[in-house]
Write a protein of this length. Structure first.
Length: 252
């Protein structure tokens, strides 16, 4: 049995709390949060506190707060000889100012009130000491079948890649959805295309399966598209089109 205290009540914290409460051999001892109103939803399930001086004993303390607040927050912790980790994809392990430190980064996009199956989520872990690594790995394996030893330098590139493959792609979906809405077209008509594109990269290098007018150098199609777009959308379209052309060796 591994005992854990979760420090935070935000989106990632909420999903971790639910996962810990549902997983055998994990004892969620306590949840800390500065927002007392946010703590109320957990009061019937686990002990809660908004006072750092009242933190209980646990094997691992998990900081799940905004990236910029991690260092200052960790400096306030009165914890000795216990492992303290954060959940950020882009922040170094050294942002934590306790002796025993680490990173517990679940590589997934989290949406409020949308259940997550942690067994499929890659969890990237890092510590300074081998004993701490073994304990953190044990915790991660209780949640997921996909646990990776990733250092802070690797993790910042993983996070960067995730921004391109998730955040930026989702913004493209948003633009596509807006175009559909503006022209009375159901966005659902694009769902099979989106799913097929996502499924293809499971077995193919994305660079080998690029399609579209930019790769084909369909200048008339590209020109017609640009006439249909708003100014900010034209800028994005032109930038991506030119980048694709540069990558595949043809100039517009």
């Amino acid at each position: 049995m591994i005992s854990v205290i979760l420090l935070g009540t935000g989106n990632v914290a909420n999903h971790l709390i639910d996962a810990f409460l549902q997983t055998k051999n994990i004892n969620l001892v306590q949840v800390y949060g500065r927002n007392t109103a946010a703590l109320t939803k957990f009061e019937k399930k686990v002990d809660t506190t908004s006072n750092l001086a009242q933190l209980k004993e646990a094997d691992i303390y998990i900081i799940a707060i905004s990236d910029d607040a991690i260092t200052e927050f960790s400096e306030q912790l009165l914890i000795k000889d216990k492992l303290v980790v954060h959940t950020s994809g882009s922040v170094s392990i050294d942002a934590i100012k306790t002796t025993n430190k680490g990173v517990f980064y679940p590589l997934q996009t989290f949406t409020k009130d949308k259940p997550i199956n942690f067994i499929e989520i890659p969890i990237c872990i890092e510590t300074k000491q081998k004993e701490d690594f073994n304990r953190l790995q044990q915790l991660a394996l209780l949640l997921s079948d996909n646990v990776y030893s990733i250092d802070s330098n690797q993790r910042k590139y993983i996070h960067l890649a995730a921004v391109f493959t998730n955040n930026f792609v989702n913004y493209m979906y948003k633009i596509g959805n807006d175009i559909c809405d503006d022209n009375n077209i159901p966005f659902e008509i694009l769902h099979p295309l989106i799913l097929e594109s996502a499924n293809k990269i499971k077995n193919n290098n994305p660079g080998s399966i690029q399609t579209g007018p930019a790769v084909r150098n369909d200048k008339k199609t590209i020109s017609n598209h640009l006439k249909l777009l708003k100014d900010d959308e034209k800028e994005i379209y032109n930038l991506l089109t030119q980048s694709i052309r540069n990558t595949y060796g043809k100039k517009l």
